[in-house]
Design a protein around this ligand. Structure first.
Ligand SMILES: *Cc1c(COP(=O)(O)O)cnc(C)c1O
Length: 410
């Protein structure tokens, strides 16, 4: 029995996300050690887990941030993160988001298309400044990960095709209100074999050399995020970040480029668990179900990507049976695990592992379920870093509009 988890569940209720600061530090140290001695900026990808206390911790550890919306920039600023270490990715940056980022003098826009480049140039002109830009190049390498999280292939919505890249850089160099600073890519997520990332790096460097020959000289190379984590301790291998770093450093040697990385999952994923209480065990004719108080609105990954999360019984070891572990949401896709060998009884506390990344940040109010609380373990101390949402929170924005509706009936 894990008494820390049982105590936290008793104190804060379930479902509950629990993160461990020591594990966050170990993950960031892993990157710092692998890239020590090279000019590297680690821009934590906020979308993996945007909790302000986690951002504040990474900022204190010297990290920058990779954002994909104005909302995420607001998070970085609220957490005391440095906009001058913040890069802005994403295919659909709105005019308001671009203005917001220009006002806050972010480090770089990772531009994903020519129309976006033109828009940024126009808005920078309006603001009377020059926008720092990098072009996101699609290196067309197969990350060999789940199709929903593979982003570096030709048919993907992300980035500028390699075939169009030189023309795009020439256009960027002509624009009066952008500074062409770098080149970036992000080929996918949850990569275990990192050789596609090394291959992407080689392709970008070849392009960088062709540009330099045309007088377009870049200052930084951003290789994105995407390094995977172990979700299934019985199946998955651990990605070798040190070997990846060594390969990248060899490729960059003597070039004087600043290196940027945008890890998300690999910094937070295995620093978190989702604690959930078993409500019922339902024995069916063909199938048994363990019904928990956590659902797809708390952890969407199994429903969205058919993702595997290791699940353990925190309360007791019991005789195992095969069951689907499901939540209360009215969707067949609402499962945390399918056909899983698990021993559990009503009232038991379960821990869903690997829930530090793309869990709380993807949570919703579907079925009008309040979003769960989040706790950060700092040594022996448990700090509440997000209060459990209340029904009042959920209803407030609609209640504020109710009177307008009754007026329609007069
Ligand atoms: C999602 C994303 C990341 C982070 O990916 P991880 O797999 O969590 O490391 C980095 N860069 C960009 C552009 C992204 O979209």
């Amino acid at each position: 029995m894990n008494t820390v988890y049982t105590d936290l569940a008793a104190r804060f209720g379930t479902p509950l996300y629990v993160y461990d600061r020591q594990a966050l530090d170990a993950a960031i140290d892993n990157y710092f050690n692998a890239f020590s001695g090279s000019r590297a900026l680690i821009c934590y990808a906020v979308k993996a887990n945007g909790n302000l206390s986690i951002l504040k911790h990474f900022a204190a550890r010297g990290c920058g941030f990779d954002i994909v919306s104005g909302g995420e920039l607001a998070r970085v600023l609220a957490a005391g993160g440095d906009p001058a270490k913040t890069v802005f990715s994403g295919v659909g940056k709105s005019a308001d988001e671009i203005r917001f980022a220009l006002q806050n003098k972010i480090k770089c826009f990772n531009v994903e298309s020519l129309p976006e480049l033109e828009r940024i140039n126009a808005l920078a002109a309006e603001t009377g400044c020059r926008a720092p830009v990098s072009l996101r190049i699609n290196p067309d390498v197969d990350a060999q990960t789940h199709p929903y999280i593979s982003t570096g292939l030709k048919d993907n919505k992300f980035g500028i095709a390699m075939a169009d890249a030189e023309a795009a850089y020439r256009r960027a160099a002509e624009l009066p209100h952008v500074d062409v600073l770098g080149m970036d890519c992000h080929i996918g997520s949850q990569l275990i074999d990192l050789s596609p990332m090394v291959e992407a790096c080689e392709r970008l460097l070849a392009l960088l050399d062709r540009l330099a020959a045309q007088g377009i000289v870049l200052q930084h190379l951003d290789l994105g995020g995407g390094i995977g984590i172990v979700y299934d301790p019985k199946q998955d291998a651990e990605p070798d970040i040190a070997a990846y770093a060594a390969a990248v450093r060899r490729l960059l040697d003597g070039r004087g480029l600043e290196l940027i990385l945008e890890p998300g999952r690999s910094l937070v994923g295995n620093a978190g668990v989702l604690l959930t209480r078993v409500e019922y065990v339902k024995r069916g004719e063909n199938k048994d179900f363990v019904i928990t108080d956590a659902a797809m609105n708390d952890l969407l990954r199994p429903a969205l990507y058919d993702a595997y999360h290791h699940i353990s019984n925190v309360s007791a070891e019991r005789e195992a049976f095969v069951a689907d572990i499901v939540g209360p949401v009215c969707e067949t896709g609402d499962f945390l695990a399918q056909n899983r060998l698990i021993g559990a009884q009503a009232g038991d506390l379960l821990a869903v592992h690997g829930a530090g990344a793309y869990a709380a940040s993807m949570a919703s109010n579907y079925n009008s379920r309040p979003r769960a609380a989040e706790v950060l373990l700092c040594g022996g101390e448990a700090k509440l870093i997000r209060r459990r949402e209340t029904l009042d929170n959920i209803l407030a924005d609609e209640k504020a509009c109710l009177s307008g509706i009754s007026a329609c009936h007069h």
